[in-house]
Design a protein around this ligand. Structure first.
Ligand code: ASP
Length: 412
């Protein structure tokens, strides 16, 4: 995609976002929150849903083919291993830092968080997650089911193992490798048709969010929301700015400008996986090698969730305070470990981080049922955390691209 076209997409998405906020606010003022939420949910949000459906439709072939093509394009199984480790190490370190930032910010806000009189339970029934079964479930027992159920970790496993199979098969694997490369190219074209309508999808979703949620931002939950957003911003400023500058030697301003279309889309769609096609386009604009972005981004959209980790830490401290528990340092360490793992197990889809919050709460003895307190405004948390999640994926792709590039230059 040319520079001009991609800038146009970014500007159009921004216009969609701002117009959506204005129109949503008008609905809210004119009709009141409940009626505005119901009306826009019924007549405007469906247009956003159509767009998100299209993205979800393209995402399974995109992840499968782009990771396979990325592995095949590396041409050497040792290179796959090296990039794999660099990527996973970057993901783990940045996510652990995210947890620490989340805990520090939440602790600073703790004094202002309310202790609530909680009698009756809440509407939300949390599903708790079991770490071992998350690991076992990475390995599919059927080759077709993961594709039809869009089970991302299993799809990544299939893509990696078949991609390595093509490399090891040598000459005999080449025709299949060429087929995958060609199929991947076609999928990317289909994806660009879908991307062309993204500003309208953004507009429709934003109208609905503002019309339905507007007044709740002003309530007492605004404080915990503020804490999470301060954590998100600190992480962007401290971690991504530094890693992009130090490791990739790229001006942070340039990076943020290039990633903006994906960030704006993540903010409205609240799905890293649905945003993946746009994140990939933005990385192409940054001249990140196709093999690397095709490998790092789908993996990141599935397991790298810095925003989710911050949210889970802030929410854990907030909910502990609400029910009158004062967390010990040991419990905070436990939160860092479980939030890092929970964010890996979180699917890159809307609201998934809230489900995995159950695992974090249980690790420090808080009943997951209390998630109900923040359930109603989860979308507002999710907008920020998804934005952070995809910026983290792109920053990793940029750094790995530089590490691989300088190593190749040294060897040349
Ligand atoms: N919506 C987030 C994402 O797609 C996951 C989450 O709910 O935290 O990255």
């Amino acid at each position: 995609m040319s520079q001009k076209k991609s800038m146009n997409l970014g500007v159009k998405i921004l216009i969609g976002l701002v117009a959506g906020i204005i129109v949503g606010a008008i609905f809210w003022v004119a009709m009141g929150a409940e009626a505005a939420g119901a009306f826009t949910g019924k007549y405007i949000k469906p247009f956003g849903d159509i767009f998100v459906n299209l993205l979800k439709f393209i995402v399974v072939p995109l992840v499968l083919l782009s990771i396979m093509d990325g592995v095949i394009g590396m041409g050497d199984i040792k290179k796959v291993g090296k990039i794999g480790w660099q990527t996973v190490a970057y993901f783990l370190v940045t996510t652990a830092i995210a947890c620490v930032i989340g805990l520090i910010v939440a602790s600073l806000f703790k004094g202002s968080f309310p202790v609530l009189q909680l009698a009756e339970g809440s509407a939300y029934e949390a599903k708790s997650a079991d770490l071992m079964s998350t690991i076992v479930n990475i390995f599919p027992n059927n080759a077709i089911n993961p594709l039809s159920t869009a089970s991302m970790l299993q799809i990544i496993f299939i893509a990696l193992i078949f991609g390595c199979g093509v490399l090891v098969a040598g000459e005999k694997g080449k025709p299949f490798g060429d087929f995958i490369t060609s199929f991947n190219e076609v999928t990317q074209r289909v994806m660009s048709f879908i991307l062309a309508v993204s500003p309208y999808g953004v507009f429709a979703l934003m109208v609905w969010v503002v019309a339905a949620q507007g007044p709740k931002i002003l309530g007492s939950l605004g404080l915990v929301l503020l804490a999470a957003y301060i954590g998100y911003i600190l992480h962007v400023v401290l971690v991504y700015t530094a890693s992009v500058k130090i490791f990739a030697k790229v001006s942070p301003m340039t990076f943020f400008k290039k990633i903006f279309p994906a960030a704006a889309f993540a903010f409205t769609s609240t799905s890293s996986v649905a945003t993946l096609p746009i994140t990939k386009e933005c990385c192409d604009e940054m001249d990140i090698e196709n093999d690397i972005s095709s490998f790092v981004l789908p993996l990141g959209a599935t397991i790298n969730m810095d925003g989710t980790a911050i949210y889970q830490c802030v929410a854990a401290v907030f909910l502990a305070k609400c029910i009158g528990i004062d967390l010990t340092v040991g419990q905070m360490v436990m939160i860092v470990v479980t939030a890092t793992l929970a964010s890996i197990g979180t699917a890159g889809t809307s609201g998934a981080g809230m489900i995995m919050l159950a695992m974090v709460l249980e690790s420090v003895g808080i009943e997951p049922i209390y998630i109900g307190i923040i359930y109603g405004i989860d979308r507002l948390f999710d907008m920020g955390r998804t934005t952070l999640n995809i910026i983290g994926d792109a920053s990793c792709a940029l750094c790995v691209n530089t590490w691989v590039g300088s190593k190749e230059k040294k060897n040349a």
